[in-house]
Design a protein around this ligand. Structure first.
Ligand code: NAD
Length: 255
């Protein structure tokens, strides 16, 4: 059976639990014919355990996206395994507790800086670390939560996502000459570890119960994973700097 990622080599970050968007991305990518390599934070052992539930075995490499040594050695390690890359998935987000949950006005800059470093600047770091492996072009895909709006509880993750969205556009601008596209999926709320770490996340997620034209299932990350895989495929060949919503339609509802 042929798939839309047949013959493609894809690096996927962010597999932590089975609830991770990255886990479902890896699953759909393998089902669609891709050869997948995962990176793990904080420990490869955790990701390796979850990765056993994927359709095919995968290699897991350690990557803290704020660690320059990890970033510097990444291309060499991936090259040994796969030779080159056609796609890279950034499925990474983190903000310290005092940057979330209604503390916006009192968050210290150190915590804001951490959120920005891990959640936004890291898209540039990952893209540059993988660029040498995409000599024939490629597709970089990240995950955002619509940064046009001020959401309840989301606090400094909001500005971090706004920075991620802008970073994606600037990467699209600067990497276009290498035939590398950079796009984001803007997902609706999903009950992953990252989401559970946001105090009051259910209040935010409840918006989808009232406003989503399509029924939204917070426990099903597969639609987001499918969106990522579509952007990794050859079916968006001239799309870059774009944000595609996989949010049930909430982004376009006026009330
Ligand atoms: N869950 C949601 O409601 C939702 C909605 C829209 C967008 N997103 C975004 O999707 C992406 C994936 O999140 P998820 O919901 O699958 O949660 P998740 O907790 O499963 O994934 C977050 C990942 O970030 C990784 N990470 C954190 N710090 C890191 C670091 N320093 N280096 C490398 N990796 C690091 C974690 O290991 C984890 O795998 C994030 O960008 C998140 O903001 C999530």
């Amino acid at each position: 059976m042929s798939g839309i990622l047949d013959g493609k080599r894809i690096l996927i970050t962010g597999v932590l639990m089975e609830s991770s968007i990255a886990f479902h991305t890896a699953k759909v990518a393998q089902e669609q014919g891709a050869e997948v390599i995962l990176t793990a934070f904080p420990r490869p052992t955790l990701t390796e355990r979850i990765a056993k539930k994927l359709p095919k075995p995968v290699k897991v490499l350690e990557l803290d996206v704020t660690n320059d040594e990890h970033l510097d050695r990444l291309a060499g390690l991936v090259k040994e395994e796969l030779g080159s890359l056609d796609g890279v998935v950034h499925s990474i987000g983190f903000a310290p507790q005092d940057a979330l949950g209604g503390n916006f006005l009192n968050t210290p800059f150190d915590s804001v800086a951490t959120a920005m470093h891990v959640s936004a600047f890291s898209l540039k770091s990952l893209a540059m670390a993988c660029r040498p492996l995409m000599a024939d072009g490629g597709s970089i895909v990240g995950l955002t939560f619509d940064a046009q709006f001020a959401w309840p509880q989301y606090d400094w993750m909001g500005p971090a996502k706004a920075a991620l969205e802008a970073t994606s556009r600037y990467l699209a601008r600067d990497l276009g000459k290498d035939s590398i596209r950079c796009n984001l999926i803007s997902a609706g709320p999903l009950g992953s570890m990252a989401a559970k770490s946001i105090p009051g996340f259910s209040e935010l997620a409840d918006v989808w119960n009232h406003r989503s034209p399509l029924e939204w299932n917070m426990t099903d990350p597969e639609p987001a994973g499918r969106g990522v895989v579509a952007l990794l495929s050859d079916f968006f060949p001239k799309t870059t700097g774009e944000i595609i919503h996989v949010d049930g339609g909430v982004h376009m509802m006026g009330a």
